[in-house]
Structure formats: C-alpha cells, structure tokens
Design a protein around this ligand. Structure first.
Ligand SMILES: Nc1ncnc2c1ncn2[C@@H]1O[C@H](COP(=O)(O)OP(=O)(O)O)[C@@H](O)[C@H]1O
Ligand SMILES: [Mg+2]
Length: 360
C-alpha cells in the first residue's frame, strides 16, 4: 500500500498574450495508505489540474509529488502506476467492455490468459459481468462510469484518482454507486483522491476532505471537522445544504452579538465590544420555540414542508437577508405568522468580518 504526498505543488498556465493563470498555488497534502481523500471545491478552483499533475498528464510548475516515498515528478505518466477515471470516461467505442478493461494490460504485454482472468475478476467485483460483450455506445452513463472505474482499478494502481466520477448519474444511481464505490475502495484499499464540487458527495464518501478555493486548500479535516468546525466563511458557506445562515453583527459589552437594534445572539467566544463579526448558524441548529424572552422574534416568509423535515424562511426585525430554519415534519406555518426561534450558542460559529477566519 502506498502513501501520497504533495509538497508546495504549483501550476501556472502561461499562454502568450494572456495573463498567466495560477491554477494551483502551493498546496500540501499527505494521504495515508488506503485513505480516500475528497478534494472539494467550486468549478475552476484547480481540482482537475491537481489530479492531472499527480497522474503526470500535466507538468508541475513547482513543488513535489511523492508516491510511496519517492518523487514522481520526473517519471512519465505511463510509468507512474496511477489509475485515473476522469469525468469524460474516454472509453474506446469500437471495443467491447472486456476489451476496454483489458486494453492497458494487453498494451503492457501481459499474457492473454492473465488479462482475461483479471477482466473477469474485476467485472464481477464492479457488477459488469453481464456487460462484458457490450460496446460503450449501448451503455447508460452510470454503466460507463462503472466501466471507467473498473478500468482504473484493473491495473492495480498504487494511487487512484477519480475526477467527478459520479457526475453523470441521476440522483438514485448516484446513491447506490456512491455506496458501491466506497465499499470497493475500502475492499481494495487504494490510496484515493476523489475530486468533486458536490459537498454531499464529499461528506458521504471521504475519510478526510480538503476544501479548495482559488488554487489554495482552505481546510483539511474529517467530514465532521469540516462540517462542525469550518475554518472560515468560505468553508462554512460551501459545505451544508441548505446553506448555513451567515449574519453580520457587532459584539456588545454583554458578550452578545447584535445583528440589529433589537436582535442579539449569545456566542461561545469572548469578543471585544465593537468587534465586527459574522455569525454562522446552520438551519438544523435553530429551533422554533414557544414564548421565551431569550428567543428571536421572526416573521414567516415561506415554509416548505418536506418529508423528513421542513424548511422555513424567516425575517428578523431590522436584519437584512432571510433566516433559514429547519423545522420538524409536523410543523405547519403560514406566511406572515410570527414565530420565535432559538439558537444554541455552543453551535453558533463566529467569524472575523474582515478576514473571514473562524474565531474560537
Ligand atoms: N490547459 C489550460 N490552460 C489554461 N488555463 C487552464 C487550463 N486548464 C485549466 N485552466 C484554468 O485553471 C483553473 C483551474 O482549472 P481546473 O483545474 O480545471 O479547475 P476545476 O477542476 O476545479 O474545475 C481555471 O481557471 C481554468 O480555467
Ligand atoms: Mg475539473
């Protein structure tokens, strides 16, 4: 099994007549052997560029990549033994699924019998046995993504790189394939980076998540750490659905933060009076309560009752922007109705308004 280490990895795309694009700005990561790391960030933040450098499909501008302790930046792509499955499956249309799976092994002059046995074994594992004689053109997008995954795995790579591997699946397929992928990755024990812009996918699949923005890692942690203790406003806002409420305010002498003249919230950190902050409160950490002086009064703007939980969009007096609250499934609210909401100070996140960094 193999560790993967990135040190100060950089990529600047330079093209004549245009300003250079600093796609990756010195990132460092250490993956333990067998770990599944989710590389999560919005489109254009440098995720694919990072994978392409590790795979050897893109030259690095600076920094180092170590696979199993040895630098690979000067090793050509075909000698890195890294399995890749990218978003566009890049299957060969004239070949059958079996031939697509065996192609890389055959190209490396493995004996025919060995190739056939490995293709059968992998097909069984990934649930492709029935499709071995089919051609890519006749497969659903979910089946194609499974073939691409099997093809990446069959070479028994030291490191597995998956770039948005479930992006073409519909919601139901994505759920089952996600579970399958997690099981296969744990069974085979490949050190894996899974790139995604989908926070839910990263939260459900990854052992640890690296959140990336503008070519820089914003936070590295377990899904719980990322969700429960976001390091800055970007991470707080990017992870979580519905999104966290972000409420600007000013600290008062009483240790509370004022969101407006009459609206204040207790916070879990000691702040100097007058300090400008942004509070983050997740919709599921807010409660509708009965009469209670400590609670916030709010007007109901809208309520979407859902199956497991409802989502209420509320307005607080003098506070710009809505307050989104998760409600119980039995709750019924009318537009314009006045309700009371309470927040648990221990679950209220505080960020510096100027830097966006979490204050703990
Ligand atoms: N071959 C290239 N030439 C110039 N700029 C590129 C190239 N590939 C990617 N970029 C730019 O680098 C940045 C990161 O791209 P990419 O790694 O594809 O992001 P992501 O995969 O996170 O969406 C983007 O601004 C993108 O436009
Ligand atoms: Mg990409």
């Amino acid at each position: 099994m193999t560790e993967l280490v990135l040190r100060e990895l950089r990529k600047t795309y330079a093209s004549r007549g245009r300003p250079p694009v600093e796609a990756v700005r010195g990132i460092g990561l250490e993956l333990r052997s067998g770990e599944l790391l989710g590389l999560l960030g919005p489109s254009g933040c440098g995720k694919s560029t990072t994978l392409r450098m590790i795979a050897g499909l893109e030259a690095v501008t600076g920094g180092d990549i170590l696979v199993g302790g040895g630098s690979v930046v000067k090793v050509p792509a075909q000698r890195r033994n890294i399995g890749v499955a990218f978003e566009n499956y890049a299957l060969y249309p004239p070949l059958t699924v079996a031939e697509n799976l065996g192609f890389g092994l055959a190209a490396r002059r493995r004996p025919r019998r060995e190739v056939a046995a490995r293709v059968r074994g992998m097909a069984e594992r990934i649930g492709l046995t029935e499709l071995l004689d089919a051609r890519p053109g006749g497969l659903s997008s979910g089946q194609k993504q499974r073939v691409a995954l099997a093809r990446a795995l069959i070479r028994e790579p030291d490191v597995l790189l998956l770039d948005e591997p479930l992006s073409h699946l519909d919601a139901a397929q994505r759920d089952t394939t996600r579970r399958e992928l997690k099981r296969i990755q744990k069974d085979l024990g490949h050190t894996t980076i899974l790139v995604t812009h989908d926070q839910e996918e990263a939260l459900s699949l990854a052992d640890r998540i690296a959140v990336m923005k503008d070519g820089v890692i914003q936070q590295l942690g377990t899904p719980y750490e990322i969700y429960d203790s976001p390091a800055n406003l970007f991470v707080a806002d990017f992870v979580g659905e519905p999104a966290i409420n972000l409420l600007p305010g000013v600290a008062g002498a009483d240790g509370c933060v004022r969101l407006s003249e009459g609206v204040r919230l207790a916070v879990p950190v000691r702040l100097a009076a007058g300090r400008e902050v942004v509070l983050g409160v997740r919709p599921e950490d807010l409660r509708l309560v009965g009469e209670d002086t400590a609670a916030l009064r709010a007007r109901v703007g809208a309520h979407e009752p859902l199956l497991e939980a409802g989502i209420a969009t509320l307005a607080l007096d003098g506070v710009a922007g809505p307050l989104v609250v998760q409600t119980g499934p039995e709750v019924r609210l009318d537009r314009g109705e006045t309700v009371r909401v309470s927040a648990d100070p221990r679950l209220t996140h505080v960020f510096d308004a100027a830097t966006g960094e979490a204050l703990r």
